[in-house]
Design a binder for this molecule. Structure first.
Ligand code: ADP
Ligand code: MG
Length: 246
């Protein structure tokens, strides 16, 4: 999946996203601006319902903001023709869903290969096996998702997102279903993609230890960015969150 084009970064400007209208409307995002520097690792934190998933979906071009803009490099996502948007999303953007989103009838290997196939590209021989080995799933290529634990399914979803070597990787609570040791392996993989490959990574997490792998923490509350922390450590994050929760 290598291209010679420079890697893109992403930015949000004054994003609003509401669901429904009138008195029953839910305002999931109420004016969020965020620049994701190329080659940086950002953790998004905040209480349940604060808009984290909505923000990731908007940044990844999977949801349209009610107002405001998302840029990938120079391109404004809402102005891209549908085909170009789909192409960029498949080739440049990776997404690890909170709910895994695996195809139950397909094998593990087929699930990992699927985005590439949809983009009309065949994985290099051995690439699927290699990426599965990196997430600790060697020998599971022919199993179905239903035969795996939640943590293993999450690792399949991560392998799938990594295979395409995306410029920007979004991960919605990627370690939420993992034990500590596997969680650290996955976080190490995300970190390595940033340090070694210049990938931009954005991860939602509730875990201060996981956030400690990032370069920056952005805290959402009620659809707004309420705090930002550079070069976070687990201890700093835990302190800051307890103060906010106060
Ligand atoms: P988080 O990921 O931080 O838990 P979400 O982005 O999932 O938060 O949700 C933010 C708010 O938007 C919540 O109040 C949620 O109930 C609401 N919301 C999210 N998706 C929808 C939807 N499809 N329809 C209506 N409300 C939604
Ligand atoms: Mg969420």
């Amino acid at each position: 999946m290598e291209t010679n084009e420079p890697r893109i970064s992403a930015a949000a400007r004054d994003l609003h996203r509401s669901y429904g209208r009138g008195g029953g409307a839910v305002h999931a995002l109420r004016g969020v601006s965020l620049t994701l520097r190329q080659g940086s690792f950002t953790a998004v934190m905040g209480p349940s319902g604060s808009g984290k998933t909505t923000l990731l979906h908007c940044l990844a071009g999977m949801d349209r903001p009610s107002s405001g803009t998302v840029h990938w490099g120079e391109a404004e996502v809402s102005r891209l023709p549908e085909r170009r948007l789909a192409e960029l999303r498949r080739e440049r953007i990776g997404f690890v869903f909170q709910a895994f989103n695996l195809m139950p009838a397909m094998t593990v290997a087929q699930n990992v290969e699927l985005p590439g196939r949809l983009a009309g590209r065949r994985a290099e021989p051995g690439a699927v096996r290699a990426v599965l080995a990196r997430v600790g799933l060697q020998g599971r290529e022919r199993h179905r998702p239903g035969q795996l634990s939640g943590g293993q399914q999450q690792r399949v979803a991560i392998a799938r997102a990594l295979l395409t070597r995306p410029d920007v990787l979004f991960a919605d609570e990627p370690t939420g279903a993992l034990d500590r040791a596997t969680g650290h392996e996955v976080l190490g993989l995300l970190r390595e993609g940033v340090d070694r490959d210049g990938r931009t990574c954005v991860m939602v997490t509730h875990d201060p230890v996981a956030a400690g792998y990032a370069d920056r923490v952005v805290v959402l509350a009620d659809g707004l960015v309420v705090d930002e922390l550079e070069r976070p450590t687990a201890q700093l994050v835990a302190d800051r969150l307890s103060r906010l929760g106060g």
